[in-house]
Ligand binder design. Sequence first.
Ligand SMILES: [Zn+2]
Length: 136
Amino acid sequence: MTYFADLTPYTYLERHDEDGHGASDEPLLNVGWLDASHPFPTGAPPDGLMPALTELATVRVRQTRGYHYCEICVRDMGEDAMEAIRQGVIVRESAEFEVRGDDVAYAAPQLLLHYMAAHRYLPPAEFCAAALLSTT
Ligand SMILES: [Zn+2]
């Protein structure tokens, strides 16, 4: 998957899709576009964040072509990764979701939930706050 640093402007795919999601005028920022070669912040998520993100992620925007595999899992498996991919045991996703903040929106890969659960990725505080606010 393509790496983007957290909170950089989103440039990966066209913002407008058939469902009209992502067509808002707010700036759209990247969150959670990790790969195996860039370090990322880790830590315990704030209370309620995982359920909030799980709910937000059910609205899938911008289906991507093909699947993105978790590169961190692939790296950690080393030589076994290709076989694991063939057997379908490496986590993969093919869509994004959005979190709406205050005059800003965040574009995150569906893999973000896996990054947090399996690799202890901690997204930026403003993203966490926006996710918690938009589901209460
Ligand atoms: Zn992984």
